[in-house]
Design a protein around this ligand. Sequence first.
Ligand code: 0X9
Ligand code: CA
Ligand code: ZN
Length: 566
Amino acid sequence: MGAIDTGSGAIRFGIGMFLVLVISFPFLSASDTAKAPGPSEFASPSSFESNYTSYMDFPAMESYLVSLTERYPDISRLISLGETHEGRDIWCVKVSDNVMQDDDGGAEYEPDILLVGAHHGNEWISYEVPLYVLAYLLENYYGDDCNASKAKNIVDHHELFIVPMLNPDGTQYSHDTGDMWRKNREPNYISEFMPFDAPTPKLVAQSYGVDLNRNYGWMWHLAGGSNALNHRGGSYRGPPDNRDDDGDARIPVNWRPGHYPLGPEDGVDEDPWDGIDNDGDGLIDEDPAGGFSSLETIAMKNLGDTREFPVLITYHSYSELVLWPWGWTDEPAPDAPLMSQLGGRLADLNGYMPMQGYDLYMTTGEMTDWFYAMYGTLGYTFEVGRTFRPAEDLIIEECRKNLEATLFLCRAGSNPYMSYVRFDDNSSSLSVSGSRFKFDLSYMDEGYPYGWDGNGCELRYMLPDGRWDSSPLIENDDGTWSASVDIRRIGGDAPFYYRMLDVEGGEVTYPVYAPEMHLSLGSTGSDAWGLQFGLGTLMVMIFTLGTIWGGFGGGIFKSMRAERKG
Ligand code: 0X9
Ligand code: CA
Ligand code: ZN
């Protein structure tokens, strides 16, 4: 039970409590007559998945959220974070056991996890994915298969705040008009450049919408990452706050709302929104240049200021990318090694490409930058899919593809350094001898000791009559693990999964949809079998067994927070 210095200042933690191992599993294609992977990889989808065959608009999503939370009142709670300009609710669903209390009433520290979709109204897949994660957790929680234990591990030991559609006005506008509308729908009133004491001109909307992902208060004022003056632009950052709120300007001026501010160097503004008293007047963030002018970003700020999010995901589309701060500078963030390591693991899970946000392009006033700067939140932008609005029959595919990555990040809320189990195609094999075939799993130690003794760990497979049977996983001399199954007992197409117990006794199964994964056996002759294991779109499977000990997670996060605040 050693403690290691992670190299990130105050963050120290015991690692012995985590069972972390790496499993290698073959992508088998043992013969040329082996069956190609097909739809049978996923047997009949769980019934909740039938809600993911077309895009919901705002009213459809709203009634879906109402019905989900009514059906699962003990583990979910529907919360409005506020109303938009057009009067729609910004819905948030809290998911946890003892959902009406925080941290189970003090009995267990449960890290807060933030999942947000649809900053941008034209990125429809970006709200379907967090909705799917929400539904997966709720609809599987009371089941009795491996999806249930998976969902239970997440729900019982975390407090998730899922905001599927942050920008309902822009999204609904996009549904109603067919426009690829990105921003929200607030009017932009741009008045004449006039002295403060002139009569107020009538405010006339010149254009509509602020890019919510340029309206957070971190480096909002910098040039190069947003549209500052071009209010018609797709990345318009919102109006400046050009009042001298604390009266420290060298030249006292008050410009009308809508006018460009003189900037921090003129003493008008205190930037950024960083919780620091930049001008030393005893007040904090009292006179910003701008940012948080939109109701939607104010709602996120309020949530961020009242909860503690060690990790978050904000879903966008598209490009199949996993991005992390900074977006405003090419400098690596203080936690860049951690963020890129964790981001790389997320990318392994959804098959996307990992990179720092700025390396894609510069953004200012972006969500993950603000959360990281303020609260040390390890925030990831998932750019889902290959188009803003993938064809409707691809919705479920994109959702499934991002499920494991999302659940992995939830667990990282307890320990962002956790290692993972890797199903690798090179270093493992499945062999047939006589009438038995053998699954070999090799574990790569990623530097974390683990104490798994194999008790209760087994390979489970379905018999032709639909019943499940199992074979124990047994440790070999070389540290690999094997399970052996009599081929004659299973049909030509056997669903299977691994069931393992971690050091806390929690059940962990692989893969998430384990009962639906099929091992296909095809005859290539009298004594040989062709074996095919299809993973579908989930090319590399990674997950962790260190799922359920959230005990020290709070300590990590608090120390990060303390470090950040100085
Ligand atoms: O520009 C954005 O807000 C996001 N991309 S999108 O095409 N969905 O609009 C990306 C934000 C991530 N940060 C950086 N790229 N710096
Ligand atoms: Ca709880
Ligand atoms: Zn976007």
